[in-house]
Ligand binder design. Structure first.
Ligand SMILES: CC(=O)N[C@H]1[C@@H](OP(=O)(O)OP(=O)(O)OC[C@H]2O[C@@H](n3ccc(=O)[nH]c3=O)[C@H](O)[C@@H]2O)O[C@H](CO)[C@@H](O)[C@@H]1O
Ligand SMILES: C=C(OP(=O)(O)O)C(=O)O
Length: 419
């Protein structure tokens, strides 16, 4: 299995180009199934999850072309399959996002219950109940979600909890339903808004994206066009933390500060100087050691669970004690054991981690357990004395484009050992 080897101790300095957001491009690629003419998607990140989605859409009969800039054009007019088997969806949580579009467009969908990061049980009951509220007939049998409907009808659904992909699935389904759908307690994440903007470009009638209530007026058809995916706020935050942990300065380009408020505030609490403009964020630590920060994860616009592991890594070397509460996923502390193997001082009490910063971590072989855990281990390796080898690095390739090249460009001593 491929590994990443890092020799810690370099102060990061320089510019990094941020890629398109994984959690926006995946639903948007699935939304192309709804169109009745070709649609091209730009600012696509080169990620394993994108390849998986492309393979999935291809297996459903869509014709895809990818140019040298990684713009993906999907022609969904030849889709002739509405079954997404386990073999195709097992590595990626987001594959459940073909359920809503297939059902809405073709009246039938069978999608295997998804895999993805092992960070919690991650049920899809809200996706199913939302589709039932639109008139679908849904059963779960042999690990498959099987849904059918002649034509979905507008309805009202109040999500039990804020769910990002749940909101996206039901939103996509509602676009081609007959009549008006009202969705409440919706996720307000920027990636949901990006999906809604893409659907609107395709002819959908959606109001309220980015608030907790969306009203969707169903239309008879959606068309193609072109859409550029928004920048990845989690990748951005990860590079800014790399600068903060190493006492360095990083200019993240082609990104957006307005979707990172809660993260930037915590970085300022850690002592970072932040300067941002329309499409860049610069973080300067001026050689200082970060101060520990306390945080609680919650749905957007509060602090994102996808940045929790990276802040845990920063707290390991920060001055003082930081208390981290994870409220979204029940099993998202697996990085903490590995960080302890580097010498971190961490106490876990249920869903709370109390981290006392140490002066120096020391390199060791460690194991990545999920996507953001992997990122946090790489960050820790940047500041650990000597060599850190992060095994099972395939997790990181699901969500970070060329992470070792980008960190290397900022001065990190990092290399990949092929498996
Ligand atoms: C591809 C994608 O966009 N992934 C993101 C998405 O995951 P994902 O959409 O899977 O996460 P959700 O927002 O759905 O999960 C939030 C919480 O709701 C629970 N839940 C969710 C759906 C459901 O039907 N029933 C239920 O109980 C989950 O177990 C979890 O405790 O949002 C998460 C929370 O911001 C992020 O960490 C993931 O990076
Ligand atoms: C948990 C994540 O991804 P997924 O939902 O695709 O497993 C993530 O992006 O941190």
């Amino acid at each position: 299995m491929a590994k990443i080897v890092i020799t810690g101790g370099e102060v990061l300095n320089g510019e990094v180009q941020i890629s398109g957001a994984k959690n926006a491009v995946l639903p948007i690629l699935c939304a192309t199934l709804l169109a009745d003419s070709p649609i091209s998607i730009g600012n696509v990140p080169h990620l394993h999850d994108v390849t998986t989605t492309v393979e999935l859409l291809g297996a459903l009969g869509a014709q895809l072309t990818i140019d040298e800039k990684l713009t993906i054009t999907v022609d969904p007019t030849h889709v002739n399959q509405t079954v997404a088997p386990y073999e195709l969806v097992k590595t990626m949580r987001a594959s459940i996002l073909v359920l809503g579009p297939l059902l809405s467009k073709f009246g039938h969908a069978e999608v295997s219950l998804p895999g993805g990061c092992a960070i919690g049980s991650r049920p899809v009951d809200q996706h199913i109940r939302g589709l039932i509220a639109l008139g679908a007939d849904v059963v779960v049998e042999n690990g498959m979600v099987k849904a059918k409907a002649n034509r979905l009808k507008g309805g009202r659904y109040v999500f039990d909890m804020v769910t990002v992909t749940g909101t996206e699935n039901v939103l996509m389904a509602a676009c081609l339903a007959q009549g008006t759908t009202v969705l409440e307690n919706c996720a307000e994440e920027p990636e949901v808004v990006d999906l809604a903007n893409c659907l609107i470009m395709m002819g959908a009638k959606i109001e309220g994206a980015g608030t907790n209530k969306m009203v969707i007026e169903g239309v008879d058809r959606l068309h193609g066009g072109h859409y550029d995916v928004l920048p990845d706020r989690i990748e951005t935050g990860t590079f800014l933390i790399a600068a903060a942990m190493t006492g360095g300065r990083v200019l993240a380009k082609r990104t957006r500060a307005d979707i990172l408020d809660s993260v930037l505030l915590k970085l300022e609490d850690a002592g970072a100087q932040i300067n941002s403009g329309e499409d860049f964020i610069e973080l300067n630590m001026n050689g200082r050691r970060p101060k520990a920060v306390s945080l609680t994860t919650a749905p957007y616009p509060a602090f994102p669970t996808d940045m929790q592991a990276q802040f845990a890594a920063m707290n390991c070397v920060a001055e003082g004690v930081g208390v981290i509460k994870e409220t979204i996923f029940e099993n998202r502390f697996m990085h903490l054991n590995e960080l302890s193997r580097l010498g971190a001082d961490i106490r876990v009490d249920g869903h709370t981690a109390i981290i006392r910063g140490v002066e120096q971590l020391t390199g060791a072989p460690i194991m990545a357990t999920d996507l953001r855990a992997s990122a946090s281990l790489v960050l820790a390796g940047l500041v650990a004395k000597g060599e850190t080898t992060v095994d099972r690095i395939y997790h990181i390739d699901r969500g970070y484009e060329n992470i070792e090249e980008k960190l290397g460009g900022l001065g990190a001593k990092i290399r990949r050992l092929p498996g």
